[in-house]
Design a binder for this molecule. Structure first.
Ligand code: C2E
Ligand code: CA
Ligand code: CA
Ligand code: CA
Length: 278
């Protein structure tokens, strides 16, 4: 038993060491990723429930490292947050996405560009000024930009969050709550946040056909959003059956593999042409 205990311990420390090594490796690699043009953005279509019209795009960061291969944002975003690089990365994504939205607009493709915002970015006092500057320099109307925040971001320091949201709202920038339902939102605060859309988390959508509780939860979220005057979008829609249940619950917008995976800009343009955005 002693022997097993010791080898178990050794296994445990080895796993921690491996994780620490990978973390360090990613931090070092991330420092040069931007300069070496290893980062890119894919865009995932967002569609209206009523007529399937393309209404928006979510910008999703991609990292392809020459030796480490493609690394998922789920792994490297937290690393970038830990080492402070997220501010630089976040600003880059924001600028690229705004620039792309402006290009599509010039081509007659009117879309709202949704950009994910990390908690670290949101806590920067000059965030509203940065957003205003990028919109102005790239020539995109503020109403074409949507910032996605998670519940945790807003709950960390509600007073600060309200101040920042007010400033962004005054500029005309839209804000949505990402992964809605997975965190803890006070309904009272939700009312004070200048949010215009709730993104229903994909964990609820995944089991919506088989789990009556998930289905009821989604219905309740949509009902609540309706009465607060908020839009709803379901993410992670993968099947026609999920789509129909979401339709019956009155969900307003959709995003997921059933329609399209996140696409490089050129492929997104082709997709948009086929889906008759106006
Ligand atoms: P998220 O914001 O919740 O983004 C949705 C994720 O679900 C994306 O994963 C997307 O590719 C994936 N997805 C979309 N449709 C489906 C579907 O039908 N089924 C399934 N199973 N998945 C679907 P991705 O691109 O790997 O991004 C993971 C997370 O990384 C994002 O979650 C977001 O939190 C973060 N992230 C990505 N790009 C950025 C960024 O530019 N800035 C920040 N701060 N975070 C980012
Ligand atoms: Ca998101
Ligand atoms: Ca999400
Ligand atoms: Ca998520």
């Amino acid at each position: 038993a002693k022997k097993a205990g010791r080898s178990c311990y050794r296994f445990y420390t080895a796993a921690i060491q491996q994780k620490a090594t990978r973390h360090l490796q990613l931090v070092n690699a991330l420092r040069t990723a931007l300069d070496q043009q290893q980062l890119s953005i894919h865009y995932q279509p967002q569609l209206a429930m009523t007529d399937g019209r393309l209404v928006g795009a979510e910008a999703l960061l991609r990292w392809n490292h020459p030796e480490l291969g493609s690394i998922s944002p789920g792994e490297f975003i937290p690393v970038a947050e830990d080492c402070g690089l997220i501010l630089q990365l976040g600003e880059w994504v924001l600028r690229q996405a705004v620039r792309q939205a402006r290009q599509w607009r010039d081509q007659g493709l009117a879309l709202v560009m949704a950009v994910n915002l990390s908690a670290v970015q949101f806590r920067q006092a000059d965030l509203p000024a940065l957003v205003a500057r990028i919109l102005q320099e790239e020539g995109l109307p503020a109403s074409c930009l949507e910032l996605e925040l998670t519940e945790g971001v807003a709950m960390y320091d509600p007073q600060q969050a309200i101040a920042v949201m007010n400033a962004l709202h005054e500029q005309g920038v839209r804000m949505s709550i990402d992964d809605f339902g997975t965190g803890y939102s006070s309904l009272n605060l939700l009312k004070q946040f200048r949010v215009y859309k709730l993104k229903i988390d994909q964990t609820f959508v995944r089991d919506i056909e088989t789990d009556p509780e998930d289905s009821a939860l989604v219905a309740a979220i949509i009902h609540m959003a309706d009465s607060l005057g908020l839009l709803t979008i379901a993410e992670g829609v993968e099947t026609a059956a999920q789509l129909e249940i979401l339709r019956s619950h009155g969900c307003k917008e959709l995003q997921g593999y059933w329609f399209s995976r996140p696409l490089p800009a050129a492929e997104f343009t082709a997709y948009a042409r086929q889906h008759q955005a106006t």
